[in-house]
Write a protein that binds this ligand. Structure first.
Ligand code: PGA
Length: 265
């Protein structure tokens, strides 16, 4: 049985003060026996105070990104070791926004500048590998652009991202991984992927893991769906056989909305 895992990605939306207030409110609302695993990913600068505020709570603190070196002259980067010391135990790698793959790129003012985020399959792989070695839980995100979906390449794009991300990671580590399937066109747009289609692509991801490893590893990997998950669509999504949780952006910024999703787990 795979335990449902609902993670809130706060992205760049909350100050330190606001993050701590949100964490405290969530801690109180969730209590000690949540119906599923629950994580929040504050911005780097808020990880430490949020982790302090969540002490004694089952809420997991995650980071939104990391780097593949422990320490040294890597200006602006944050290693898994630094994240752990600040109180994070999980990390998201390969989010489409850190890959510079934006679904609403036509609305972005400085499109070229945004490409400097620039994660690719190799960097996502290096980050995942290094974070696992450091003892962190890892959520690997993948997902196709609208243009790739329209071209009929969704399954190939997502499978290639997963194959690239997992390169060299042994089955014994992959079985504990979480993969987030996040169609880029559904992120922050209010346009959720139909539950059957989300489930189908999550099944493609599971089959990819089975092919790369074995059936048992594929069956134990948890696969989240992400992209405009809300309380009112969570029940149907989380009820699907290949969807084991949700990676939630916008609806994780208000406790009532986030709890609405968790309570559907
Ligand atoms: P959204 O974001 O829920 O606001 O669509 C999801 C994500 O990017 O993880």
């Amino acid at each position: 049985m795979r335990r449902i895992f609902v993670a809130g990605n706060w992205k760049m939306n909350k100050t330190v003060e606001e993050s701590v207030a949100l964490a405290k409110e969530l801690k109180a609302a969730l209590g000690h026996n949540p119906p599923c695993d629950v994580a929040v990913a504050p911005t780097y600068v808020a990880i430490y105070p949020v982790a302090q505020a969540l002490e004694g709570s089952p809420v997991i603190v995650a980071a939104q990104n990391t780097f593949w070196k422990e320490s040294g002259a890597y200006t602006s980067q944050v290693s898994p070791q630094l994240l752990k010391a600040a109180g994070a135990s999980w990390v998201i790698v390969g989010h489409s926004e850190t890959r510079g793959r934006f679904g609403v790129e036509e609305k972005v003012e400085n499109e070229d500048a945004l490409k400097v985020f620039g994660d690719n399959d190799a960097s996502v792989n290096a980050k995942a590998k290094f974070a696992i070695a450091a003892g962190m839980g890892v959520i690997v995100a993948c997902g196709e652009l609208l243009s790739e979906r329209q071209a009929g390449t969704t399954d190939a794009v997502v499978s290639a991202q997963i194959e690239g991300a997992l390169k060299g990671i042994p089955a014994s580590d992959v079985k504990d991984l979480v993969i987030a399937y996040e169609p880029v066109w559904a992120i922050g747009t209010g346009e959720v992927c139909a539950a059957d289609e989300a489930d189908r692509v999550c099944g493609v991801i599971r089959d990819t893991v089975k092919k790369l490893y074995d059936d048992a590893t594929g069956e134990s990997v948890r696969i989240q769906y992400g992209g405009s998950v809300k309380a009112d669509n969570a029940k149907e999504l989380l009820g699907k056989p290949n969807i084991d949780g949700a990676l939630v952006g916008g609806a994780s910024l208000k406790v009532a909305d986030f709890m609405g999703i968790i309570n559907n787990a």
